[in-house]
Write a protein of this length. Sequence first.
Length: 413
Amino acid sequence: MASTPAPPQAPPKPTWDPRTPQLPFPWLRPTIRIRLTLLYGGMFLIAGIMLLSIIYLLAAQALHEGSGQAFTVTGSDFDVNSPTCPQLGAASNQAQFSAFLKQCDAVQRQHALDDLLSRSLLALLGLAIIAFAFGYAMAGRVLSPLGRITRTARAVAGSDLSRRIELDGPDDELKELADTFDDMLERLQRAFTAQQRFVGNASHELRTPLAINRTLLEVHLSDPGAPVELQQLGKTLLATNERSEQLVEGLLLLARSDNQIVERKPVDLAEVAGQAVDQVHGEAAAKGVVIRGEQKSAVVQGNGVLLERIALNLVQNAVRYNVPEGGWVEVTTDVRHGQAVLVVSNTGPVVPAYEIDNLFEPFRRLRTERTGSDKGVGLGLSIVRSVARAHGGHIVAEPREGGGLVMRVTFPV
């Protein structure tokens, strides 16, 4: 009879604990609380010792000066001479002499106390100035890691996820905060990188079949012997394919523009706006929309292709979402208050102020989904906002009185 195999043994428990080891005496950890307690307690002790020493020296000097009267007895008639109490010489009897002496002692003692008070106040003022200066310097030294964390957070807010704090020093709360912040930035960077890589790869993979579809459709449409129904279907499919290509390109550009622009070159917004107007001029003429406006030189540091995309998307939207007759689009560039400004205004339907924020959401348009519109893929303003942020600028949309919008994009010069 075959023996029953023994059940597999459980794997041994790991001897290493991945959790942070606990110190045998956690209260000995050099935390900020303990360091500040020792620092300011020591400063208070040193200041108290110095103040007591100064007061002791001043009191000793005051006692020495006011301990008694200096007088001499001369002649056989016991004439008394005192530089500090001259009225002693005028005493005619012992009672009057004692009264004058007591009065002079009181005056001398009061003078010594007044002098002690004035010198003590001066010493206290000097120690206060020294204490404030030393405390300010030490507080700046203790809080300097917070400034480093703040600067790194500000750099990260500008889409520079590669920055790290890498704080050195004692293992206190600030270092723990900095290390936690670095770990969070590391995870965020990996997540953003993976997202952008996925969008880029997906867009690249979608380009190939869309390009093949476009080529096949164009070949079939070029056949003069094709039936009319087939040609109509081919045109419909070609328009759908073109819209899908625009969507893929928009997604790829939106993913790329979320990063900070590293390589910057001087770009004139007037030239960028002029090129955008030239590209949309034919479409505007077909819709009866007049494009006007003066483009003044406004040079910024950035990527010319992305900045041109901003102007092109804004002008295209202004032309497409316009009134059927008598519409116009005004495109201006200028430098105002130290910032380069691109303004695109247009006539069009009335836009409620509470709907403005929805216009910048992907695949959204006024009150409806943009995916159902034949005027675009719904990424134009989303791309504009992302590209503007990547250049350190921002875009503001305002409803125009009478209908339409005023799009204002500002960039640092």
